[in-house]
Design a protein around this ligand. Structure first.
Ligand SMILES: Nc1nc2c(ncn2[C@@H]2O[C@H](COP(=O)(O)OP(=O)(O)O)[C@@H](O)[C@H]2O)c(=O)[nH]1
Ligand SMILES: [Mg+2]
Length: 196
């Protein structure tokens, strides 16, 4: 797949701000700071279309990126940032469930987890939601440049186990820094869009 055009088409906190559901949407989910914005910039070949944040927990909006005028990449607000209040995490939950439960044009949700760590309880919960909505099957292990080649397979296995992935589910190790996994991910997106 070749990315010819990418633009931010909407930033939403509630349903009235979503764009009309006229294009397939691929969702990016993960805790704050896991590398969602960096992955989007890598995928869409743009240095700073999605804002990469030094201070985690800031993105409290759902960001819709139109790609090639034909599909969307949707950046969900990150979870698991310790310093956010109970109230904000309730509204986060409502925002994410509200979007996932009532959006027929979503074709896949890509779960991001940090390749260095066992998925957190919230990663597992997020992936359970994704599975519940039938959008599971693709996990990206981010920051692949931070582990050695010898650690890589073991870490991916641990991620597979804790998210209870099946044989057909994919885990792609990606480094936004080194561009590792970029082609493989684009290919996966291409097949998702063909099938979905
Ligand atoms: N080494 C390394 N750092 C990364 C990678 N992806 C993201 N980061 C860093 O992780 C931090 C959070 O990234 P960001 O994309 O804003 O995460 P988000 O909160 O999930 O959107 C930033 O400091 C990024 O530079 C990667 O592949 N390798
Ligand atoms: Mg972000």
């Amino acid at each position: 797949m070749i990315i010819k055009k990418a633009e931010l088409s909407a930033t939403a906190v509630n349903k009235s701000q979503y764009p009309v559901p006229d294009k397939k949407e691929i969702v990016i989910a993960g805790r704050s700071n896991v590398g969602k914005s960096s992955l989007i910039n890598l995928l869409l070949n743009r240095k700073s279309l999605a804002r990469v944040s030094g201070s985690p927990g800031k993105t409290r909006t759902i960001n819709f990126y139109d790609v090639n005028d034909s599909f969307r990449i949707v950046d969900l607000p990150g979870y698991g940032y310790a310093k956010v209040s109970q109230k904000i995490s309730e509204s986060w939950k409502d925002m994410i469930e509200g979007y996932l439960s009532d959006r027929p044009n979503i074709v896949k949700a890509i779960q991001l987890v940090d390749i260095r760590h066992i998925p957190t309880a919230m990663d597992i919960m997020m992936y359970e939601w994704i599975r519940h909505y039938g959008l599971d099957g693709l996990v990206v292990a981010t920051k692949a440049d931070k582990v050695s080649k010898s650690e890589l397979a073991g870490n991916i296995n641990a991620i597979r186990k804790s998210l209870k992935l099946g044989e057909r589910d994919k885990v792609i190790a990606v480094s936004a820094l080194k561009r590792t996994g970029h082609e493989e991910l684009l290919t996966a997106l291409g097949s998702i869009l063909e099938e979905g």
